[in-house]
Structures are given as structure tokens and as C-alpha cells.
Design a protein around this ligand. Sequence first.
Ligand code: UTP
Length: 291
Amino acid sequence: MHRPIKKIVFPVAGLGTRFLPATKAIPKEMLPVLDKPLIQYAVEEAIEAGIEEIILVTGRNKQVMEDHFDHAYELEKILQEKGKEGALDVARSMLLEEGRIVYVRQMRPLGLGHAIWCARHLVNGDAFAVALPDDLIKGRPGTLKQMVDAYNETGGNMVATMDVAREDTSKYGVITPGAKSGNLVEVKGLVEKPHPADAPSTSAVVGRYILQPEVMEILSKTKAGAGGEIQLTDAMAQLIGKQPFHALSFEGKRFDCGSKMGWLMANLAMATEDPQLAPRLSSHLKELSQR
Ligand code: UTP
């Protein structure tokens, strides 16, 4: 029996500098794709995967995320009085049972690895998932569910990977692949942001992970790596060979919503699937392309 995955850590304390000035006062995770903030897509994906406890590692200026998962009494009262039942249901759709979402502060933005480590007392010896909400992945089932299902067979640690162009390896963590079995491959090595000439493969890690709690002990000793930040990749690399470690080539389309292009593409992808929006959007896009 493998340790069950009932907890997830969302590191949401980053500064979002690529999306300034939008992210000066608004957390990147609250940027909407169509009408839903990124953090909501991520929490819905976690719930679909059967995860019960949601841990948000927040920072300064991130309180609005707590409000998003709480009652908005005034709004709800007005919608009720006006008989706007549909809007009321939407406003109440993310009210999870009290205590299911917990928050911890990362006081200094020292990197993704450090943000995960800030959740160590809440993870408290359990295996756990990690998701970066700015990596929005459209897929059915969601990537976390695909990973939890695969993990229930393999145990150990797992990253979600996709194939990227060689010139892009310097933007990702990259794996050294071992034996393959279906859409799972053994991870033999992991390196953060390698130069294309040095990259061990073009299999890049995206923002979904399943980790064993031993990673916390390693993180507590991990020194700053690439970009002067405490890198999760460096800590994960130390688990290779000690615990099972797999990469899942997930089914779905990933959008890097921390970048303007990725965010735009995610909006377009969602909008073209919306019967209310798709016809007008496509004629508008045609018009634009003819200019
Ligand atoms: P990014 O590399 O996207 O950094 O972080 P960022 O600060 O959010 O955005 P840019 O690059 O400045 O535009 C990847 C994930 O790790 C979290 C971020 O919130 C994001 O989910 N993170 C990063 C932290 O929680 N703390 C950190 O110190 C750094």
C-alpha cells in the first residue's frame, strides 16, 4: 500500500513579475481565464483527484485568495433579493467545508522549493501533491487525477512532463529518462533549466508533482540554485535512486498562464469551446487577421 494522496500544496507566493503591472496589487493566481481565476481551476482539479486538504502557501498581497474561498455576504444577499439564483450558485460554488483550505505564509520569496518547505508542518509526514496554478492544463480527466491514479500503482515521487523544443529546455526542469511503461517513464536524473546543448532530454517538468514527505528534510538543507532560488528540482533530484520516481506524460494541453502569450492562448482555447462566445470570437479573429 502506498501512502494516500489526500493533501496538496499550492505555492502561490511568487511575485509574478512577468505579468506586471497586472500583478502589482492582484495575485497572479487571481488572473481570470474567461470568468474563473487560475487558483479556482487548480482547486477544482485537486478536488476531482480526490484530494481533501488544500494548503496555500501565500505571501503579502495575497489575502484576496482567502476571500475568494469564503462567503461574500453582501453580494449573496443582494443576489438573493434580486432572485438571481444562477449567479448566487456561481458565487457560492467554491465554498468548501470549513478547515479544508488552510493558509501558511512564505515571508520571503526565496523560491519554489522554499515555498513548499514552508508547508512542512501541515504536510506533517504525509505524501502530498503540488500544483502551480499558473500552469493551467486542459484535460479530461485533469492531470492531478491522471497522476494520482498512476501513483496508486507506482508509489514514490512523480512529475508531470511534456515534450518541448530543445531550444526551450532552459525554461524548465528536464528529466533523464529511464525505462518506459505506457505513459510512465522512470526518472534517472533531474536538472533545472539546462542549456539546450546540455539538456539530458526534451522531456520537461510542468507544474504538477506528487512527493513523498522525505523531500521536506532535503529542502531544509537545500542551498539556493538556479536564479539564486531554493529549487524544488534540486531537492527532488536527491530522491532519485532512494525512492521510486516516475514521470507521467500527461494527456492534456498546458498553458503557461504566468506569461502573457500562454494566458492569451488559454483564454482563446476556453472561449472557442464556449457556445455563447465561439461564433462571435471566430468572426472577430478573422477580421483581425485580415487587417
Ligand atoms: P514562477 O517561476 O512562475 O515565479 O514561480 P513567479 O514569481 O510566480 O512569477 P515571475 O516569474 O516573476 O513572473 C513558480 C511557482 O512558484 C511559486 C509561484 O507563486 C508559482 O506558483 N513561488 C515562486 C512561490 O510560492 N514562492 C517563491 O518564492 C517563488
